[in-house]
Design a binder for this molecule. Structure first.
Ligand code: TXA
Ligand code: MG
Length: 317
């Protein structure tokens, strides 16, 4: 059930979460499917609702760095990143603290935990009032397109969620950047809303990026399965045209005019394109078209995350 965010729906959300329920809520990246991160049964319900493999750990959302420090040890470098980017679209994977209270299912038995403070006022209010950590993967069936509107959550998960809080469209539109911190080393596990360049600026170029994921020297993020974020339609990347009956997803000026479709950002702004990415893929996919042709998107800044999601959406399944 979708409810606009207000005092009454926030109260209801907190009550549901405290009793082990599932509440979908907006963040600046995508909608999350939230549950009490310390409640085993509630966390198990997330995996069931999404059809998510249990080896794939979840991100714990908290209201502040102080709240995050209950669950994980922050090296000086990790603290520096938290100060620079929280609240924001950066998830830090850090060593678990002993007696952290989290359900083992959140971490899938790893000795690390993924944490983030979302940059979204309603999400922060919810977290503050709930008063603990909320495990929250993107609120979509496993492997499908991520949700950036409350309606996307309803479409994908519907009755499996106790409440969907509607906070409008997500401003960033792609998931958080995930960085694993190992003492003074930083490994990029997933590109996302915060460009690696920005993290390198703050850390003096410390981010280690695998040329491809297999060459990463650390266990790659278990959730980074090759096929992911997939629409029903087949995606054709770096397209310059389309056949009769297909659709086109353009970027910048110069998209084909005669072919039906949408433009992620007519002015060629990568942030605008990221914000529109999932919503436009949802719209084109819902037409029932079998092929969506996507124009090339520059591989820089947040364009790296856009290209990553498109590549996975286009991967054979
Ligand atoms: O923007 C986001 O991050 C959204 C919103 C809702 O916050 N959440 C999100 O969650 O994208 P999800 O579950 O779809 O992706 C979480 C990713 C997965 O790839 C998972 O493998 C990784 O985080 N992850 C979680 N814990 C980890 C850990 N301890 N070590 C390595 N990777 C981890
Ligand atoms: Mg996801």
């Amino acid at each position: 059930m979708i409810e606009q965010i207000n005092e009454a729906s926030l109260d209801k959300a907190v009550r549901l979460l405290r009793s082990g329920g599932l509440v979908a809520f907006p963040t600046e990246t995508v909608y999350g499917l939230g549950a009490d991160a310390c409640n085993d049964a509630a966390v198990a319900a997330i995996f069931t609702a999404k059809g998510r493999p249990t080896f794939n750990p979840l991100i714990v959302h908290v209201a502040s760095l102080q709240a995050a420090q209950q669950f994980a040890s922050f090296s000086p470098l990790a603290q520096r990143l938290a100060h620079a980017f929280w609240p924001g679209s950066l998830t830090l994977v850090l060593p678990l603290k002993p007696q952290n209270g989290l359900s083992d299912k959140v971490t899938a038995g790893l000795d690390s935990v993924a944490l983030r403070v979302p940059n979204h006022q309603s999400a922060l209010t919810l977290l503050e009032r709930f008063g603990g950590g909320l495990a929250a993967p993107s609120a979509n069936p496993s492997g499908k397109l991520s949700p950036t509107e409350a309606d996307h959550v309803e479409e994908g998960l519907g009755q499996k969620v106790d409440l969907i809080l509607d906070g409008g469209d997500c401003a960033v539109g792609v998931e958080s950047t995930i960085i694993k911190v190992e003492d003074e080393k930083l490994y990029l596990l997933r590109s996302g809303g915060i460009p690696v360049e920005a993290i390198n600026e703050v850390t003096g170029g410390k981010v280690i990026v695998g040329q491809d994921e297999k060459s990463l020297k650390v266990p790659q993020s278990p959730g980074q399965l090759t096929s992911h974020y997939a629409p029903n339609a087949k995606l054709r990347l770096n397209a310059t045209g389309a056949k009769q009956g297909e659709m086109f997803l353009a970027f910048g000026a110069g998209g084909p005019e005669a072919i039906p479709g949408l433009n992620l950002s007519p002015v060629g702004d990568l942030y605008e394109a990221a914000a529109n990415l999932y919503a436009y893929l949802h719209i084109l996919d819902d037409t029932g078209v079998t092929v969506i042709n996507v124009m090339a998107i520059p591989l820089e800044g947040v364009g790296i995350a856009i290209n990553d999601r498109l590549k996975r959406a286009a991967a054979p399944r």
